[in-house]
Ligand binder design. Structure first.
Ligand SMILES: C[S@@+](CC[C@H](N)C(=O)[O-])C[C@H]1O[C@@H](n2cnc3c(N)ncnc32)[C@H](O)[C@@H]1O
Length: 373
């Protein structure tokens, strides 16, 4: 018997014809009732996610240090988080800024999932009831020309992506069909994809390959444009697992970067566990930085999460908290998870871009690798 989400997919295809892989991924993750993000408890004890802000409040406190650094040089500074998960990052930033008497007048959240908005409200009320007044949930159209800091932690990896294949010097794009069951179709889209790759300077690398599959995320552009509309003066932190273009399209990475998580186990097949598993792709930071540059943003930094957090003062914050001996061991382990290379320290990167803002940022002051983007 077909599951509810398979019915949604088959009905969409019988009405409109085959759908692109990104449309398929969008339904699986974000369908209002049956999508993975709407139907499952993905955060918390039973969930699939343990992100950096959930791992330790030091992650958010470190990011809050940048807000303290920039707030005096811009008028009416605020913070906006895009894709706020269970609200952990917002809570740790607000708590830290309150303790430093540096709260912004507003902490905006843009969140797609109604279920997660409810969870964020409950968690924020529980942890910081007296400060929850500054938090406001908005959609992209309701906020524009703000000054301050925009944060996207593990947001760009969930944006539905396209899959492509290089074969016999042609570029094929993955589509999804339905005939009694889900069927995959590769359509020759050489002209369209060649133009996109040439524009982004990926073509010279990709045109050398054969029988090579990977991802190109066409949703990045919409979100870079959204951020451009929303931000007037300030900085944007994009933190996620990902690579620059050369690493993304390594000759040996022949099956791309798509990864699915089901009951804490990774697999690479988005056509199983339909609607029951997370699907994401590594972020192509060269692609993102090219889009920001096109809109006249300044790329201020690109560096590993470990270096980003050290620049933001995470080690001093750890000392400042003066944990008891019992807590210290637990907290050191959390800190290790954020910064050690074999944990989240190296695979996660931070891209830091600014708009109409040229003062020095803490986040990119040392170890900057923006030249490799
Ligand atoms: C992997 S979670 C990361 C959550 C959080 N930033 C963290 O680090 O714990 C991705 C978040 O992005 C949200 N999201 C995905 N697509 C979105 C969209 N188009 N607009 C707003 N939020 C979105 C999800 O609902 C979820 O809150």
């Amino acid at each position: 018997m077909k599951s509810e989400i398979e019915l949604v997919i088959s009905e969409r295809i019988s009405k409109n014809g085959i759908i692109s892989f990104s449309e398929y991924m969008d339904i699986l993750l974000f369908h209002d009732y049956y999508g993975y993000y709407s139907s499952r408890d993905i955060f918390g004890k039973k969930g699939d996610f343990i992100t950096s802000p959930i791992t330790s409040s030091l992650f958010g406190a470190s990011i809050a240090n940048e807000f303290i650094n920039i707030r005096d040089s811009i008028s009416e500074p605020v913070i906006l988080e895009i894709g706020a998960g269970d609200g952990s990052l917002a809570i740790s930033i607000i708590e830290h800024l309150s303790s430093k008497k540096a709260l912004p007048s507003k902490f905006y959240i843009i969140e797609a999932s109604e279920k997660l908005i409810e969870l964020q409200k409950v968690n924020i009320m529980k942890k910081t009831p007296q400060l929850s007044r500054i938090v406001e949930w908005v959609n992209c159209d309701e906020v524009s020309s703000i000054n301050g800091l925009i944060i996207c932690n593990e947001f760009f990896d969930v944006l539905p992506t396209e899959r492509f294949k290089v074969h016999n010097e042609r570029f094929f794009q993955l589509f999804v069909d339905y005939e009694d069951d889900i069927k995959i179709r590769w359509e020759d889209k050489t002209n369209k994809l060649r133009d996109i790759f040439k524009n982004l300077e990926f073509y010279d690398v990709l045109s050398n390959y054969d029988d090579y599959e990977s991802e190109i995320n066409l949703n990045y552009e919409t979100w870079v444009q959204n951020i451009n509309k929303i931000l007037n003066i300030g900085a944007v932190f994009i933190v996620d697992y990902g690579y620059n273009m050369k690493e993304y399209f390594l000759p040996d990475r022949k099956t791309g970067t798509l990864v699915c998580i089901h009951n804490h186990h990774a697999n690479f097949n988005p056509f199983i566990n339909i609607g029951l598993q997370d699907i994401s792709s590594f972020v192509n930071f060269s692609h993102l930085s090219a889009l920001f540059k096109k809109l006249k943003f300044e790329v201020s930094g690109y560096l590993e999460q470990s270096k980003f957090l050290i620049n933001l003062g995470i080690l001093d914050l750890f000392e400042e908290r003066a944990f008891s001996d019992d807590d210290k061991l637990i907290e050191i382990n959390k800190l290790k998870n954020l910064v050690l290379p074999n944990a989240m320290g190296d695979i996660f990167k931070a891209l830091i871009v600014t708009k109409n803002y040229s003062n020095a940022l803490l986040a990119s002051r040392n170890y900057n690798r923006k030249d490799i983007l």
